[in-house]
Design a protein around this ligand. Structure first.
Ligand code: BG6
Length: 491
């Protein structure tokens, strides 16, 4: 089966932070892939903008190096790369002065009627200055959008302030707040599974679902981001956005359509129904962890504090939460969330655990009947497994067996699995906000997260040590086992 590619009209993407890590690792490779797929039409341009002085040619050299380093084997094709870098331009701009803005304007004026997207791949401290410069230099046209990366704030108040600042220049319809997890194939598949099949939705509630698990485990450590990470921690870095967004997609009511407002309205209702975690219950509903030296990815690795080079820190690199949703559909169904760095493996999955059958007609010789599970694997090896009971084949009586109906995307489809950014970058151009977070969603997520942070601070909840290369502190296992359940073990 081949993918259907719909070319998009020419556009200009201006990437602030054009020489930064995100542009190098994700944005340039993603746009290159979209060109390779035949989606970019001439004269589409990508304009890198940042403080350093650089010529267009030097920026093209930077992009060639970035592609060499970050494309997979066999994806770098000289002709295609040359065609791609010919789209690249560079302007040295300063967010805090007038330097470079007239040049950027002159460049953009060459494509006045095109869709124009400004991607702010910079720290949030610059969102306000850059937005204001874009406005005061007359760069906002009817076809302009702005894309912002997380972190959108570090609490409700700062998120509100950022939203206000950007909102002074751009309307909500022009603002694309990226959560790259929403661009992952399996995450979109979750919506397909739920709403394009008659099978699941009737069972998708507390009468039939025992609990849900969402795990985003990473094997990497700090990756040179200590400055940011130590101030953030896993709750702000991963839970407030990625895990909470996944929870929303699992838990939301069927939206009337895939229209952005319809989907985001439903997600917002879930966020508003999350049971508050406060000082009174944080101890029993949350676990914070921090890795110590161990082994990961086949070799010894340092502990978090050693990576900080002697620092003292109470920042969590792991968090597990028992979340609950106070509404009719989900009352009494726990959503166990966990995420951490330096864990045993890089695995992200959503597990929907169904209730056991009410009564067995089989005798003891049939063996144990295990409850059904639906496992959606986001990465690696994207796919969906539906665990069911069948009869063990062959004669010898009725013995039952727990097996999975296995739908590995790599085995089933020949196409490469596109990176989340490929989809999202072009959704911005196509004016499709369904997979982006609306202002009220971001703020509602902080409203749930803020009291957890306060509770941790007020109760002095310390981080529990875990050895790098494991599944986190033992308290995280206790969190779920106390309820008579266990974390799903991936196979
Ligand atoms: C980012 C976090 O949002 O997501 C990182 O800031 C994390 O700390 C990353 O490593 C994980 O993304 P992915 O796509 O590799 O799972």
């Amino acid at each position: 089966m081949s993918q259907i590619i719909i070319p998009v009209d020419p556009f200009d993407y201006v990437v602030f932070g054009g020489t930064g890590d995100l542009a190098e690792r994700k944005l340039l490779p993603a746009l290159y892939h979209r060109q390779m797929a035949g989606q970019l039409t001439d004269p589409t341009r990508i304009i890198g903008a940042s403080r350093s002085e650089m010529s267009h040619e030097e920026y093209r050299g930077f992009a060639r190096d970035a592609l060499k380093q970050h494309l997979k084997a066999g994806e770098y094709h000289d002709d295609e790369v040359e065609r791609f870098v010919a789209r690249l331009f560079y302007v040295a701009v300063d967010a805090k002065s007038d330097r470079g803005w007239p040049e950027l304007k002159a460049l953009l004026d060459e494509g006045k009627d095109r869709v124009r997207a400004f991607y702010l791949a910079v720290g949030p401290a610059l969102f306000g200055d850059i937005s204001e410069k874009i406005r005061s230099n007359g760069l906002v046209t009817d076809e302009t959008r702005i894309v912002v990366e997380k972190p959108i704030g570090r609490d409700l108040e700062s998120a509100r302030a950022l939203n206000r600042t950007i909102g002074e220049v751009f309307s909500e319809e022009q603002i694309y707040r990226i959560d790259h997890y929403l661009g992952k194939e399996t995450v979109q598949n979750l919506m397909a599974l739920r709403f394009a099949n008659a099978l699941y939705e009737p069972l998708w509630n507390s009468a039939h679902i025992d609990h849900v698990q969402i795990t985003v485990a990473e094997s990497v450590g700090l990756e040179g981001r200590a400055g940011y990470y130590d101030k953030a921690g896993a709750l702000r870095d991963m839970v407030q956005n990625h895990l909470v967004q996944l929870l929303c997609l699992v838990a939301m009511e069927p939206p009337a359509s895939m229209d952005a407002e319809a989907v985001r309205d439903e997600k917002l209702k879930v966020l508003r129904s999350l049971r508050p975690i406060t000082e009174a219950n944080a101890d029993t509903l949350t676990v914070r962890g921090q890795y110590k030296a161990g082994a990961s990815a086949g070799g010894p690795v340092k502990g978090y504090l050693e990576e900080l080079e002697g620092g003292v820190s109470n920042t969590e690199t792991f968090v597990a939460i028992k979340a609950e949703i106070n509404n009719w559909r989900w009352a009494g169904v726990p959503f166990y969330l966990r995420t951490g760095k330096r864990m045993s493996e890089r695995i992200s999955e959503i597990v929907v655990a169904f209730k056991p059958i009410p009564h067995s007609i089989f005798g003891p010789s049939a063996g144990r009947i295990t409850a059904n599970k639906l496992v959606m694997r986001l990465q690696p090896d994207e796919g969906v497994k539906q665990w069911i009971m069948i009869k063990d084949p062959g004669p010898g009586g009725m013995r039952l067996k727990h097996v999975s109906l296995d739908m590995s995307f790599a085995d089933r489809f020949e196409e490469r699995n596109p990176d989340a950014y490929e989809r999202l970058l072009l959704d911005v151009i196509r004016c499709n906000q369904t997979l982006f977070m609306r202002r009220d969603e971001v703020e509602a997520a902080w409203k749930w997260v803020d009291p957890i942070l306060t509770a941790w601070a007020e109760t002095g909840q310390t981080v529990q040590p875990y050895t790098a290369g494991t599944w986190g502190p033992s308290q995280a296992i206790a969190l779920i086992e106390r309820d008579g359940r266990t974390w799903h073990e991936s196979d």
